[in-house]
Design a protein around this ligand. Structure first.
Ligand code: TPW
Ligand code: MG
Length: 567
Protein backbone atom coordinates (compact mmCIF):
# COMPACT_ATOMS: atom_id res chain seq x y z
CA UNK A 1 0.00 0.00 0.00
CA UNK A 2 1.30 3.49 -0.77
CA UNK A 3 0.94 6.59 1.37
CA UNK A 4 -2.10 7.97 -0.48
CA UNK A 5 -3.91 4.63 -0.36
CA UNK A 6 -3.17 4.37 3.35
CA UNK A 7 -4.66 7.84 3.81
CA UNK A 8 -7.75 7.06 1.70
CA UNK A 9 -8.48 3.83 3.59
CA UNK A 10 -8.13 5.74 6.86
CA UNK A 11 -10.50 8.45 5.66
CA UNK A 12 -13.05 5.79 4.79
CA UNK A 13 -12.59 4.01 8.12
CA UNK A 14 -13.23 7.35 9.88
CA UNK A 15 -16.51 7.89 8.05
CA UNK A 16 -15.60 9.74 4.84
CA UNK A 17 -17.70 8.59 1.89
CA UNK A 18 -16.58 10.83 -0.98
CA UNK A 19 -14.11 13.49 -1.97
CA UNK A 20 -14.87 16.87 -3.52
CA UNK A 21 -11.95 18.50 -5.24
CA UNK A 22 -10.09 20.43 -7.92
CA UNK A 23 -6.59 19.25 -8.92
CA UNK A 24 -3.51 21.21 -9.92
CA UNK A 25 0.04 20.18 -10.74
CA UNK A 26 1.03 19.78 -7.09
CA UNK A 27 -2.08 17.61 -6.63
CA UNK A 28 -2.14 15.59 -9.86
CA UNK A 29 -0.13 12.68 -8.42
CA UNK A 30 -2.42 12.06 -5.45
CA UNK A 31 -5.56 12.77 -7.51
CA UNK A 32 -4.29 10.08 -9.88
CA UNK A 33 -4.21 7.61 -6.99
CA UNK A 34 -7.66 8.70 -5.76
CA UNK A 35 -9.08 7.94 -9.20
CA UNK A 36 -7.16 4.72 -9.86
CA UNK A 37 -7.67 3.17 -6.44
CA UNK A 38 -11.41 3.84 -6.34
CA UNK A 39 -11.32 3.76 -2.53
CA UNK A 40 -13.52 6.88 -2.32
CA UNK A 41 -15.45 8.45 -5.24
CA UNK A 42 -14.21 11.84 -6.47
CA UNK A 43 -16.50 14.71 -7.48
CA UNK A 44 -14.72 17.61 -9.11
CA UNK A 45 -16.40 21.03 -9.06
CA UNK A 46 -15.50 24.39 -10.63
CA UNK A 47 -14.21 26.67 -7.88
CA UNK A 48 -12.59 25.82 -4.56
CA UNK A 49 -15.15 27.65 -2.38
CA UNK A 50 -17.76 25.31 -3.87
CA UNK A 51 -15.55 22.32 -3.07
CA UNK A 52 -15.31 23.42 0.56
CA UNK A 53 -19.02 24.14 0.95
CA UNK A 54 -20.01 20.82 -0.65
CA UNK A 55 -17.62 18.87 1.60
CA UNK A 56 -18.89 20.78 4.64
CA UNK A 57 -22.54 20.09 3.80
CA UNK A 58 -21.82 16.41 3.15
CA UNK A 59 -20.22 16.13 6.60
CA UNK A 60 -23.16 17.92 8.20
CA UNK A 61 -25.86 15.73 6.71
CA UNK A 62 -24.22 12.33 6.71
CA UNK A 63 -22.01 12.48 9.83
CA UNK A 64 -18.42 11.28 9.58
CA UNK A 65 -15.93 13.35 7.64
CA UNK A 66 -16.22 15.63 4.62
CA UNK A 67 -13.18 15.74 2.35
CA UNK A 68 -12.00 18.71 0.25
CA UNK A 69 -9.00 17.95 -1.98
CA UNK A 70 -7.07 20.78 -3.61
CA UNK A 71 -3.73 21.82 -4.96
CA UNK A 72 -1.11 23.88 -3.20
CA UNK A 73 -1.38 27.68 -3.00
CA UNK A 74 -3.95 28.89 -5.50
CA UNK A 75 -6.21 25.93 -4.65
CA UNK A 76 -5.81 25.71 -0.89
CA UNK A 77 -5.86 29.46 -0.34
CA UNK A 78 -9.01 29.71 -2.46
CA UNK A 79 -10.61 27.31 0.03
CA UNK A 80 -9.85 29.35 3.14
CA UNK A 81 -13.24 31.02 3.63
CA UNK A 82 -15.15 27.76 3.30
CA UNK A 83 -12.86 26.05 5.81
CA UNK A 84 -13.17 29.01 8.19
CA UNK A 85 -16.95 28.57 7.95
CA UNK A 86 -16.61 24.87 8.75
CA UNK A 87 -14.33 25.70 11.68
CA UNK A 88 -16.75 28.25 13.11
CA UNK A 89 -19.77 26.01 12.64
CA UNK A 90 -17.99 22.84 13.72
CA UNK A 91 -18.11 20.73 10.59
CA UNK A 92 -15.33 18.11 10.34
CA UNK A 93 -13.89 18.78 6.89
CA UNK A 94 -10.56 17.17 6.05
CA UNK A 95 -8.54 19.45 3.76
CA UNK A 96 -6.12 17.51 1.57
CA UNK A 97 -3.61 19.72 -0.17
CA UNK A 98 -0.83 18.80 -2.53
CA UNK A 99 2.50 20.35 -1.66
CA UNK A 100 5.98 20.87 -3.04
CA UNK A 101 8.11 17.74 -3.11
CA UNK A 102 10.75 17.43 -0.41
CA UNK A 103 13.58 18.00 -2.91
CA UNK A 104 12.02 20.99 -4.71
CA UNK A 105 11.34 22.65 -1.36
CA UNK A 106 15.11 22.98 -0.99
CA UNK A 107 16.00 23.87 -4.58
CA UNK A 108 16.61 27.54 -3.80
CA UNK A 109 14.08 28.66 -6.42
CA UNK A 110 10.78 30.29 -5.57
CA UNK A 111 8.04 27.85 -6.53
CA UNK A 112 4.88 28.83 -8.37
CA UNK A 113 1.83 29.09 -6.06
CA UNK A 114 4.16 30.14 -3.25
CA UNK A 115 2.99 33.18 -1.25
CA UNK A 116 5.41 34.54 1.35
CA UNK A 117 7.16 31.30 2.22
CA UNK A 118 6.56 27.65 1.46
CA UNK A 119 5.08 27.34 4.93
CA UNK A 120 2.67 30.29 4.61
CA UNK A 121 -0.19 28.02 3.66
CA UNK A 122 0.41 25.69 6.60
CA UNK A 123 0.47 28.64 8.95
CA UNK A 124 -2.69 30.17 7.49
CA UNK A 125 -4.41 26.85 8.08
CA UNK A 126 -3.31 26.88 11.72
CA UNK A 127 -5.96 29.54 12.28
CA UNK A 128 -8.85 27.59 10.78
CA UNK A 129 -8.19 23.93 11.59
CA UNK A 130 -7.97 22.06 14.88
CA UNK A 131 -5.07 19.80 13.84
CA UNK A 132 -2.59 19.51 10.97
CA UNK A 133 0.14 17.37 9.49
CA UNK A 134 2.53 17.34 6.55
CA UNK A 135 3.12 13.77 5.41
CA UNK A 136 6.84 14.04 4.66
CA UNK A 137 7.89 10.88 6.50
CA UNK A 138 6.32 7.58 5.48
CA UNK A 139 7.30 5.89 8.74
CA UNK A 140 5.46 8.48 10.82
CA UNK A 141 2.55 9.01 8.41
CA UNK A 142 0.14 6.34 9.79
CA UNK A 143 0.32 7.73 13.33
CA UNK A 144 0.07 11.30 12.05
CA UNK A 145 -3.01 10.49 9.98
CA UNK A 146 -4.60 8.64 12.91
CA UNK A 147 -4.06 11.59 15.23
CA UNK A 148 -5.37 14.20 12.83
CA UNK A 149 -8.51 12.27 11.83
CA UNK A 150 -9.26 11.49 15.47
CA UNK A 151 -8.99 15.21 16.23
CA UNK A 152 -11.42 16.05 13.43
CA UNK A 153 -14.02 13.65 14.78
CA UNK A 154 -13.48 14.45 18.46
CA UNK A 155 -13.56 18.22 17.98
CA UNK A 156 -15.91 18.12 15.00
CA UNK A 157 -13.76 20.68 13.22
CA UNK A 158 -11.64 20.84 10.06
CA UNK A 159 -8.12 19.43 9.86
CA UNK A 160 -5.35 19.95 7.30
CA UNK A 161 -3.22 17.26 5.66
CA UNK A 162 -0.48 18.24 3.20
CA UNK A 163 0.91 15.69 0.78
CA UNK A 164 4.31 16.60 -0.71
CA UNK A 165 3.99 15.50 -4.30
CA UNK A 166 7.01 13.19 -4.22
CA UNK A 167 5.61 11.30 -1.22
CA UNK A 168 2.26 10.17 -2.57
CA UNK A 169 3.29 6.72 -3.81
CA UNK A 170 6.00 5.74 -1.34
CA UNK A 171 5.22 2.50 0.50
CA UNK A 172 3.35 3.06 3.75
CA UNK A 173 1.73 0.95 6.48
CA UNK A 174 -2.00 1.05 7.05
CA UNK A 175 -3.35 3.52 9.60
CA UNK A 176 -4.40 2.11 12.96
CA UNK A 177 -7.19 4.35 14.33
CA UNK A 178 -6.62 5.87 17.75
CA UNK A 179 -8.67 4.36 20.59
CA UNK A 180 -11.43 6.65 21.89
CA UNK A 181 -10.23 8.99 24.63
CA UNK A 182 -11.19 7.64 28.08
CA UNK A 183 -13.82 9.54 30.08
CA UNK A 184 -13.35 10.03 33.83
CA UNK A 185 -16.30 8.13 35.24
CA UNK A 186 -16.35 9.94 38.59
CA UNK A 187 -16.31 13.35 36.89
CA UNK A 188 -19.13 12.26 34.59
CA UNK A 189 -21.23 11.07 37.55
CA UNK A 190 -20.66 14.29 39.48
CA UNK A 191 -21.54 16.35 36.44
CA UNK A 192 -24.74 14.40 35.75
CA UNK A 193 -25.74 14.64 39.45
CA UNK A 194 -25.43 18.41 39.40
CA UNK A 195 -27.14 18.77 36.06
CA UNK A 196 -30.14 16.66 37.10
CA UNK A 197 -30.41 18.49 40.40
CA UNK A 198 -30.46 21.83 38.59
CA UNK A 199 -33.17 20.64 36.23
CA UNK A 200 -35.22 19.12 39.05
CA UNK A 201 -35.23 22.39 40.99
CA UNK A 202 -36.19 24.47 37.96
CA UNK A 203 -39.82 25.48 37.53
CA UNK A 204 -39.67 25.81 33.78
CA UNK A 205 -36.69 23.95 32.35
CA UNK A 206 -36.11 24.03 28.59
CA UNK A 207 -33.66 22.19 26.37
CA UNK A 208 -32.09 24.12 23.53
CA UNK A 209 -30.52 21.73 21.03
CA UNK A 210 -27.49 23.01 19.19
CA UNK A 211 -25.52 21.84 16.22
CA UNK A 212 -23.20 19.52 18.15
CA UNK A 213 -26.24 17.29 18.75
CA UNK A 214 -26.22 16.54 15.06
CA UNK A 215 -22.45 16.64 14.61
CA UNK A 216 -22.07 13.83 17.14
CA UNK A 217 -25.04 11.86 15.81
CA UNK A 218 -27.15 12.30 18.95
CA UNK A 219 -30.50 13.48 17.60
CA UNK A 220 -32.52 10.37 18.47
CA UNK A 221 -30.93 10.07 21.91
CA UNK A 222 -31.56 13.73 22.72
CA UNK A 223 -35.16 13.38 21.56
CA UNK A 224 -35.60 10.40 23.89
CA UNK A 225 -33.92 12.25 26.75
CA UNK A 226 -36.15 15.28 26.39
CA UNK A 227 -39.25 13.09 26.54
CA UNK A 228 -38.03 11.28 29.63
CA UNK A 229 -37.18 14.55 31.35
CA UNK A 230 -40.40 16.18 30.08
CA UNK A 231 -38.35 19.06 28.68
CA UNK A 232 -39.77 21.21 25.91
CA UNK A 233 -37.17 21.47 23.14
CA UNK A 234 -36.27 24.43 20.99
CA UNK A 235 -33.46 24.88 18.50
CA UNK A 236 -31.53 28.06 17.97
CA UNK A 237 -31.51 29.95 14.68
CA UNK A 238 -28.31 28.16 13.81
CA UNK A 239 -29.64 24.81 14.94
CA UNK A 240 -32.74 25.02 12.76
CA UNK A 241 -33.28 21.68 11.04
CA UNK A 242 -32.07 19.70 14.02
CA UNK A 243 -34.37 16.97 15.30
CA UNK A 244 -36.61 17.42 12.25
CA UNK A 245 -36.69 13.66 11.80
CA UNK A 246 -36.47 12.71 15.47
CA UNK A 247 -39.45 12.12 17.74
CA UNK A 248 -38.79 15.13 19.98
CA UNK A 249 -41.15 17.51 21.82
CA UNK A 250 -39.93 20.27 19.52
CA UNK A 251 -41.70 23.56 20.15
CA UNK A 252 -39.87 25.60 17.51
CA UNK A 253 -36.89 27.85 16.91
CA UNK A 254 -35.72 30.52 19.32
CA UNK A 255 -35.03 33.82 17.61
CA UNK A 256 -35.69 36.35 20.35
CA UNK A 257 -37.33 39.45 18.99
CA UNK A 258 -37.40 38.00 15.47
CA UNK A 259 -39.18 34.81 16.44
CA UNK A 260 -42.52 33.56 17.62
CA UNK A 261 -43.29 35.35 20.93
CA UNK A 262 -44.38 32.13 22.65
CA UNK A 263 -41.04 30.48 22.01
CA UNK A 264 -39.11 33.60 22.99
CA UNK A 265 -40.99 33.73 26.29
CA UNK A 266 -40.45 30.02 26.93
CA UNK A 267 -36.68 30.43 26.59
CA UNK A 268 -36.22 33.82 28.19
CA UNK A 269 -38.38 32.98 31.22
CA UNK A 270 -36.79 29.57 31.77
CA UNK A 271 -34.98 29.10 35.07
CA UNK A 272 -33.28 25.93 33.83
CA UNK A 273 -32.08 26.42 30.29
CA UNK A 274 -30.02 23.44 29.14
CA UNK A 275 -27.89 24.36 26.13
CA UNK A 276 -26.79 21.09 24.57
CA UNK A 277 -24.09 21.56 21.96
CA UNK A 278 -25.17 25.12 21.31
CA UNK A 279 -22.63 27.66 20.05
CA UNK A 280 -23.05 30.74 22.21
CA UNK A 281 -22.93 33.27 19.40
CA UNK A 282 -24.64 36.50 18.52
CA UNK A 283 -26.90 35.11 15.80
CA UNK A 284 -28.30 32.69 18.37
CA UNK A 285 -28.60 34.97 21.37
CA UNK A 286 -28.09 38.63 20.56
CA UNK A 287 -31.69 38.99 19.55
CA UNK A 288 -32.96 38.34 23.06
CA UNK A 289 -35.59 40.76 24.27
CA UNK A 290 -34.89 39.82 27.84
CA UNK A 291 -31.37 39.21 28.94
CA UNK A 292 -30.49 35.55 29.20
CA UNK A 293 -27.99 35.30 32.00
CA UNK A 294 -25.68 32.63 30.66
CA UNK A 295 -24.32 31.95 34.13
CA UNK A 296 -27.72 30.58 35.07
CA UNK A 297 -27.82 28.17 32.17
CA UNK A 298 -26.30 24.72 31.86
CA UNK A 299 -24.00 24.56 28.87
CA UNK A 300 -22.47 21.50 27.24
CA UNK A 301 -20.16 22.49 24.41
CA UNK A 302 -16.67 21.83 23.11
CA UNK A 303 -16.21 18.75 25.28
CA UNK A 304 -17.01 20.42 28.57
CA UNK A 305 -20.02 21.13 30.74
CA UNK A 306 -20.56 24.35 32.67
CA UNK A 307 -23.25 24.91 35.28
CA UNK A 308 -23.14 28.24 37.04
CA UNK A 309 -19.51 28.73 37.94
CA UNK A 310 -18.66 25.01 37.84
CA UNK A 311 -16.88 23.72 34.79
CA UNK A 312 -16.44 20.00 34.18
CA UNK A 313 -13.67 19.61 31.60
CA UNK A 314 -13.34 16.60 29.31
CA UNK A 315 -16.98 15.53 29.23
CA UNK A 316 -17.82 14.68 25.62
CA UNK A 317 -21.41 15.41 24.66
CA UNK A 318 -22.05 11.80 23.65
CA UNK A 319 -20.86 10.50 27.02
CA UNK A 320 -23.04 13.05 28.82
CA UNK A 321 -26.16 12.14 26.87
CA UNK A 322 -25.55 8.40 27.28
CA UNK A 323 -25.11 8.74 31.01
CA UNK A 324 -28.21 10.91 31.34
CA UNK A 325 -30.20 8.22 29.53
CA UNK A 326 -28.89 5.63 31.99
CA UNK A 327 -29.84 7.81 34.94
CA UNK A 328 -33.27 8.95 33.75
CA UNK A 329 -35.60 6.00 33.23
CA UNK A 330 -38.41 6.04 30.70
CA UNK A 331 -41.71 6.92 32.35
CA UNK A 332 -44.08 5.46 29.80
CA UNK A 333 -45.99 8.75 29.88
CA UNK A 334 -46.17 10.70 26.68
CA UNK A 335 -44.85 14.22 26.78
CA UNK A 336 -45.44 16.72 24.01
CA UNK A 337 -45.65 20.45 23.44
CA UNK A 338 -47.53 22.91 21.29
CA UNK A 339 -45.63 23.35 18.08
CA UNK A 340 -45.07 26.41 15.93
CA UNK A 341 -47.48 26.53 13.05
CA UNK A 342 -46.21 27.32 9.59
CA UNK A 343 -48.06 28.95 6.70
CA UNK A 344 -49.86 26.67 4.27
CA UNK A 345 -52.32 27.14 1.43
CA UNK A 346 -50.84 29.70 -0.94
CA UNK A 347 -53.51 31.78 -2.63
CA UNK A 348 -52.21 31.28 -6.14
CA UNK A 349 -53.39 34.55 -7.68
CA UNK A 350 -51.73 37.12 -9.93
CA UNK A 351 -50.25 39.26 -7.18
CA UNK A 352 -46.47 39.66 -6.86
CA UNK A 353 -44.33 37.27 -4.82
CA UNK A 354 -43.14 38.10 -1.32
CA UNK A 355 -40.51 35.92 0.38
CA UNK A 356 -43.06 34.44 2.78
CA UNK A 357 -45.11 33.25 -0.22
CA UNK A 358 -42.13 31.09 -1.14
CA UNK A 359 -42.20 29.50 2.31
CA UNK A 360 -45.93 28.87 1.94
CA UNK A 361 -45.51 27.39 -1.53
CA UNK A 362 -42.70 25.12 -0.31
CA UNK A 363 -44.84 23.97 2.63
CA UNK A 364 -47.65 23.13 0.22
CA UNK A 365 -45.24 21.24 -2.03
CA UNK A 366 -43.81 19.23 0.84
CA UNK A 367 -47.25 18.51 2.28
CA UNK A 368 -48.26 17.06 -1.08
CA UNK A 369 -45.06 15.20 -1.97
CA UNK A 370 -43.02 14.69 1.20
CA UNK A 371 -40.26 16.68 2.81
CA UNK A 372 -37.01 17.57 1.10
CA UNK A 373 -33.72 18.49 2.74
CA UNK A 374 -32.88 22.18 2.32
CA UNK A 375 -29.54 23.83 1.62
CA UNK A 376 -29.81 27.53 2.23
CA UNK A 377 -27.62 30.56 1.66
CA UNK A 378 -27.41 33.67 3.81
CA UNK A 379 -29.75 36.54 3.02
CA UNK A 380 -33.50 36.83 3.31
CA UNK A 381 -33.77 33.27 1.99
CA UNK A 382 -32.55 31.99 5.38
CA UNK A 383 -35.06 34.07 7.31
CA UNK A 384 -37.72 32.83 4.91
CA UNK A 385 -36.67 29.26 5.68
CA UNK A 386 -37.78 29.82 9.28
CA UNK A 387 -41.35 29.74 7.95
CA UNK A 388 -40.84 26.37 6.30
CA UNK A 389 -41.88 23.19 8.16
CA UNK A 390 -39.12 21.47 10.13
CA UNK A 391 -36.97 19.53 7.72
CA UNK A 392 -33.26 18.83 7.44
CA UNK A 393 -31.51 22.13 6.80
CA UNK A 394 -27.89 23.11 6.21
CA UNK A 395 -27.09 26.81 6.30
CA UNK A 396 -24.29 29.12 7.49
CA UNK A 397 -26.45 30.50 10.31
CA UNK A 398 -23.55 31.75 12.38
CA UNK A 399 -20.50 32.34 10.16
CA UNK A 400 -22.92 33.70 7.56
CA UNK A 401 -20.86 33.32 4.42
CA UNK A 402 -22.60 33.89 1.11
CA UNK A 403 -22.11 31.33 -1.64
CA UNK A 404 -22.87 28.31 0.56
CA UNK A 405 -26.33 27.36 -0.72
CA UNK A 406 -25.81 25.95 -4.22
CA UNK A 407 -22.64 23.93 -3.56
CA UNK A 408 -24.03 22.76 -0.22
CA UNK A 409 -27.07 21.47 -2.10
CA UNK A 410 -24.77 19.43 -4.34
CA UNK A 411 -23.03 18.07 -1.24
CA UNK A 412 -26.38 17.12 0.29
CA UNK A 413 -27.52 15.25 -2.80
CA UNK A 414 -24.16 13.47 -3.18
CA UNK A 415 -24.14 12.46 0.48
CA UNK A 416 -27.77 11.45 1.01
CA UNK A 417 -29.01 10.59 -2.47
CA UNK A 418 -32.03 12.75 -1.64
CA UNK A 419 -33.09 15.56 -3.91
CA UNK A 420 -32.47 18.85 -2.12
CA UNK A 421 -34.18 22.18 -2.27
CA UNK A 422 -31.72 25.07 -2.53
CA UNK A 423 -32.76 28.55 -1.37
CA UNK A 424 -30.44 31.34 -2.51
CA UNK A 425 -30.48 35.09 -3.10
CA UNK A 426 -29.41 36.68 -6.37
CA UNK A 427 -26.28 38.14 -4.78
CA UNK A 428 -25.19 34.78 -3.40
CA UNK A 429 -26.10 33.01 -6.64
CA UNK A 430 -23.76 35.36 -8.46
CA UNK A 431 -20.96 33.92 -6.32
CA UNK A 432 -21.34 30.16 -6.66
CA UNK A 433 -24.43 29.49 -8.80
CA UNK A 434 -22.23 28.27 -11.66
CA UNK A 435 -21.54 25.07 -9.74
CA UNK A 436 -24.94 23.88 -11.00
CA UNK A 437 -23.14 23.16 -14.28
CA UNK A 438 -21.64 20.12 -12.54
CA UNK A 439 -25.02 18.50 -11.82
CA UNK A 440 -25.41 16.81 -15.18
CA UNK A 441 -22.40 14.52 -15.02
CA UNK A 442 -23.15 13.32 -11.50
CA UNK A 443 -26.90 12.98 -12.01
CA UNK A 444 -27.77 15.57 -9.36
CA UNK A 445 -31.09 17.36 -9.84
CA UNK A 446 -31.69 19.89 -7.05
CA UNK A 447 -34.61 22.29 -7.15
CA UNK A 448 -33.12 25.76 -6.80
CA UNK A 449 -35.20 28.79 -5.88
CA UNK A 450 -33.37 32.04 -6.58
CA UNK A 451 -34.83 34.94 -4.59
CA UNK A 452 -34.16 37.59 -7.23
CA UNK A 453 -34.74 41.04 -5.79
CA UNK A 454 -31.93 42.59 -7.86
CA UNK A 455 -30.50 43.63 -4.55
CA UNK A 456 -28.23 42.99 -1.62
CA UNK A 457 -31.43 43.39 0.31
CA UNK A 458 -30.22 42.37 3.73
CA UNK A 459 -27.54 45.00 3.58
CA UNK A 460 -30.08 47.54 2.41
CA UNK A 461 -32.21 46.94 5.49
CA UNK A 462 -29.33 48.12 7.62
CA UNK A 463 -28.16 50.96 5.41
CA UNK A 464 -31.00 52.01 3.12
CA UNK A 465 -29.29 55.13 1.84
CA UNK A 466 -26.54 53.28 -0.05
CA UNK A 467 -27.21 52.78 -3.74
CA UNK A 468 -24.46 50.17 -4.10
CA UNK A 469 -27.02 47.68 -2.78
CA UNK A 470 -28.92 47.93 -6.07
CA UNK A 471 -27.85 45.05 -8.28
CA UNK A 472 -28.61 44.62 -11.95
CA UNK A 473 -31.41 42.25 -12.78
CA UNK A 474 -29.49 39.21 -14.03
CA UNK A 475 -31.56 36.72 -16.01
CA UNK A 476 -30.74 33.60 -14.03
CA UNK A 477 -33.48 31.42 -15.49
CA UNK A 478 -32.09 32.00 -18.98
CA UNK A 479 -28.72 30.63 -17.84
CA UNK A 480 -30.13 27.32 -16.65
CA UNK A 481 -30.38 25.64 -20.03
CA UNK A 482 -26.79 26.48 -20.88
CA UNK A 483 -25.72 24.80 -17.65
CA UNK A 484 -27.70 21.63 -18.35
CA UNK A 485 -30.87 22.34 -16.37
CA UNK A 486 -34.28 23.94 -16.80
CA UNK A 487 -35.07 27.48 -15.69
CA UNK A 488 -38.20 29.54 -15.35
CA UNK A 489 -38.74 33.09 -14.17
CA UNK A 490 -41.90 33.72 -12.13
CA UNK A 491 -43.48 36.99 -11.02
CA UNK A 492 -46.80 35.99 -9.50
CA UNK A 493 -47.96 33.53 -6.86
CA UNK A 494 -49.81 31.58 -9.51
CA UNK A 495 -46.67 31.23 -11.61
CA UNK A 496 -44.65 30.31 -8.53
CA UNK A 497 -46.94 27.45 -7.51
CA UNK A 498 -47.07 26.13 -11.07
CA UNK A 499 -43.30 26.35 -11.50
CA UNK A 500 -42.63 24.48 -8.26
CA UNK A 501 -45.06 21.71 -9.19
CA UNK A 502 -43.44 21.37 -12.60
CA UNK A 503 -39.93 21.42 -11.12
CA UNK A 504 -40.90 18.71 -8.67
CA UNK A 505 -42.33 16.55 -11.43
CA UNK A 506 -39.19 16.85 -13.59
CA UNK A 507 -36.37 14.57 -12.51
CA UNK A 508 -32.86 14.14 -13.89
CA UNK A 509 -31.91 17.81 -14.48
CA UNK A 510 -31.56 20.64 -12.02
CA UNK A 511 -34.62 22.89 -11.91
CA UNK A 512 -34.13 26.60 -11.36
CA UNK A 513 -37.11 28.70 -10.31
CA UNK A 514 -36.24 32.38 -10.41
CA UNK A 515 -38.72 34.16 -8.16
CA UNK A 516 -38.82 37.90 -8.88
CA UNK A 517 -39.32 39.82 -5.64
CA UNK A 518 -39.76 43.59 -5.56
CA UNK A 519 -36.92 45.42 -3.81
CA UNK A 520 -37.72 46.25 -0.21
CA UNK A 521 -40.14 43.36 0.29
CA UNK A 522 -38.86 41.20 3.16
CA UNK A 523 -39.84 37.94 4.80
CA UNK A 524 -41.88 38.33 7.97
CA UNK A 525 -38.99 37.03 10.05
CA UNK A 526 -36.45 39.47 8.62
CA UNK A 527 -38.95 42.29 9.08
CA UNK A 528 -39.32 41.37 12.76
CA UNK A 529 -35.55 40.97 13.07
CA UNK A 530 -34.86 44.41 11.66
CA UNK A 531 -37.60 46.07 13.70
CA UNK A 532 -36.51 44.25 16.85
CA UNK A 533 -32.85 45.06 16.40
CA UNK A 534 -33.70 48.73 15.97
CA UNK A 535 -35.97 48.71 18.98
CA UNK A 536 -33.46 46.95 21.22
CA UNK A 537 -30.36 48.74 20.10
CA UNK A 538 -31.65 52.28 19.79
CA UNK A 539 -34.48 52.88 22.23
CA UNK A 540 -36.33 56.02 21.26
CA UNK A 541 -35.17 55.78 17.66
CA UNK A 542 -38.14 56.30 15.36
CA UNK A 543 -39.03 53.19 13.41
CA UNK A 544 -37.77 53.22 9.86
CA UNK A 545 -34.39 54.69 10.69
CA UNK A 546 -31.42 52.43 10.13
CA UNK A 547 -29.43 51.53 13.19
CA UNK A 548 -25.77 52.25 12.90
CA UNK A 549 -23.72 49.15 13.65
CA UNK A 550 -20.80 50.95 15.28
CA UNK A 551 -22.94 52.58 17.94
CA UNK A 552 -24.69 49.43 19.01
CA UNK A 553 -23.36 47.63 22.06
CA UNK A 554 -21.83 44.29 21.17
CA UNK A 555 -21.08 41.27 23.27
CA UNK A 556 -22.97 38.34 24.57
CA UNK A 557 -22.93 39.03 28.27
CA UNK A 558 -25.56 41.68 27.95
CA UNK A 559 -27.35 39.87 25.17
CA UNK A 560 -28.05 43.19 23.57
CA UNK A 561 -29.20 43.06 20.04
CA UNK A 562 -26.55 44.03 17.60
CA UNK A 563 -27.40 45.66 14.34
CA UNK A 564 -25.30 43.25 12.41
CA UNK A 565 -25.94 42.11 8.92
CA UNK A 566 -24.85 38.52 9.42
CA UNK A 567 -22.08 39.49 7.06
C1 TPW B 1 -18.86 35.95 1.20
C2 TPW B 1 -21.97 40.34 3.29
C3 TPW B 1 -24.38 39.68 3.84
S1 TPW B 1 -25.94 39.63 3.19
C4 TPW B 1 -25.45 40.30 1.72
C5 TPW B 1 -24.08 40.57 1.74
C6 TPW B 1 -23.34 41.15 0.59
C7 TPW B 1 -26.42 40.51 0.59
C8 TPW B 1 -26.95 39.20 0.10
O1 TPW B 1 -27.60 39.39 -1.12
P1 TPW B 1 -28.54 38.29 -1.73
O2 TPW B 1 -29.69 38.11 -0.64
O3 TPW B 1 -27.83 37.01 -1.81
O4 TPW B 1 -29.12 38.81 -2.98
P2 TPW B 1 -30.72 39.26 -0.11
O5 TPW B 1 -31.88 38.50 0.42
O6 TPW B 1 -30.03 40.00 0.97
O7 TPW B 1 -31.06 40.13 -1.27
N1 TPW B 1 -19.48 38.34 1.27
C9 TPW B 1 -19.66 37.09 1.76
N2 TPW B 1 -20.54 36.84 2.72
C10 TPW B 1 -21.25 37.86 3.25
N3 TPW B 1 -22.09 37.57 4.24
C11 TPW B 1 -21.14 39.17 2.76
C12 TPW B 1 -20.21 39.36 1.77
C13 TPW B 1 -23.46 40.18 2.98
MG1 MG C 1 -30.87 39.77 -3.34
Amino acid sequence: MNLTESLLHALKAHGARRIFGIPGDFALPYFGIIEKSGILPLHTLSHEPGVGFAADAAARVQGGLGVAAVTYGAGALNLVNAVAAAYAEKSPVVVLSGGPGKREAHSGLLLHHQAKSLDSQYRIYEEITCDRTRLDDAAKAPAEIARVLASALRRSQPVYIELPRDMVDVPCDPVVPEPPAPVDDDALSACVDELLARLASAKSPVLMAGIEVRRYGLEDKVAELSRRLALPVVTSFMGRGLLADADAPLAGTYMGVAGEPGISHLVEASDGLLLLGEIVCDTNFAVSERKIDLRRTIRALDGQVATGYHVYPDIPLAALVDRLLVRVPATGRHFDVRRTEFPHGLVADDSPIAPTDIATAVNDLMAAHGRMPIACDIGDCLFTAMDIEHTALVAPGYYATMGFGVPAGLGVQAATGQRPLVLVGDGAFQMTGWELGNCARYGWDPIVIVFNNASWEMLRTFQPESSFNDLDEWKFADMARALGGDGVRVRTKRELAAALARAHATRGRFQLVEAMIPRGVLSKTLERFVAGVRRLSMPGQPAGTAAEPSRVPAGLEGNQARARTMG
